[in-house]
Design a protein around this ligand. Structure first.
Ligand SMILES: Cc1cc(N2CCCCCC2)n2ncc(-c3ccc(F)cc3)c2n1
Length: 255
């Protein structure tokens, strides 16, 4: 079990043979905790928001590669319910990133048949943030390529509590037999109701914890942790994570 939580340094190119040809056992749903942006900036004597800006630029490379490889869902943890505790200037900056990203990338994402989704709580989000996201969701809802799922103002425990409350309301109103409550039903009441659970979770910056992210959905997910800070995360790092996943599935898949 320890092996599954061991760090993975990026191997040299020659050892990493996940590429556009080796599509066997590619994970269908990859979730990413994009961590290390503040530290990246601090190492360079820059303000934290410089790390977030640089981190946003990394997304395009990973989205393009994921779409090329035929990954079905890419979930990106962009802002947690705990992030409201950060300084106001940083939160205000972060709340402008969705519209900043979409104003540049949405036409290209539409062109690449990417479908944008959002999971999280719209309470507390500024209207300009909500409107930008809702417009992108609406304009890409018929796309059939990669599902790019942004987790924004998302917290897994809140998500689970909300699911339990809604299930209880249905049971109290007589619309739901408590004996019918099972894993499948609970999943349907979560924000990821139509999405398959992540096959691979990537977390950058060397932190080895889930930070209240998709706690129910990650029950059977392979975890890949790397010391690399998100702004330094590259296609090569992404391919390394996919390669490790392929090797694990090959080793453990048949047992
Ligand atoms: C709050 C926040 C922070 C944010 N960061 C940049 C990436 C590094 C991690 C944190 C900072 N990014 N990057 C993209 C979005 C986004 C969100 C929704 C959407 F529909 C389109 C883009 C974003 N949102």
């Amino acid at each position: 079990m320890l092996e599954k939580f061991s760090y993975w340094k990026v191997k040299s190119k020659k050892e990493n043979n996940t590429d556009n040809n080796n599509l066997e056992n590619i994970p269908k749903h990859v979730a990413v905790i994009m961590d290390g942006n503040g530290r990246w900036a601090k190492k360079r004597g820059l303000p934290r928001i410089a790390g977030h800006r640089e981190g946003m630029n990394v997304i395009n490379k990973i989205v393009k590669k994921a779409n090329q490889l035929g990954i079905e869902v890419l979930t990106l943890y962009a802002f947690s319910t705990e992030n409201w505790k950060r300084p106001k200037n940083e939160v205000d900056f972060l709340m402008r990133l969705p519209e900043r990203y979409l104003s540049v990338e949405l036409p290209k994402l539409i062109e690449e048949n990417v479908q944008i989704r959002f999971m999280g709580c719209t309470n507390n989000l500024p209207n300009h943030t909500i409107q930008a996201i809702e417009k992108a969701v609406e304009q890409t809802k018929c796309n059939t390529g990669l599902i790019l799922n942004f987790a924004l103002n998302y917290g897994s425990r809140d998500e689970i509590v909300s699911a339990i409350q809604n299930i209880a309301k249905e049971a109290v109103s007589g619309n739901l037999d408590p004996n019918s409550i099972n894993h499948e039903l609970v999943s349907k009441y979560l924000m990821t109701e139509e999405l398959r659970d992540p096959d691979l979770l990537i977390r950058t910056s060397g932190e080895i914890r889930l930070s209240n992210f998709m706690l129910w959905q990650l029950a059977y997910t392979e975890f890949w942790f790397t010391d690399v800070l998100w702004p330094d995360f590259s296609e090569e790092h992404f391919l390394e994570a996919l390669h490790v996943y392929q090797q694990r599935i090959r080793r453990f898949g048949g047992i």
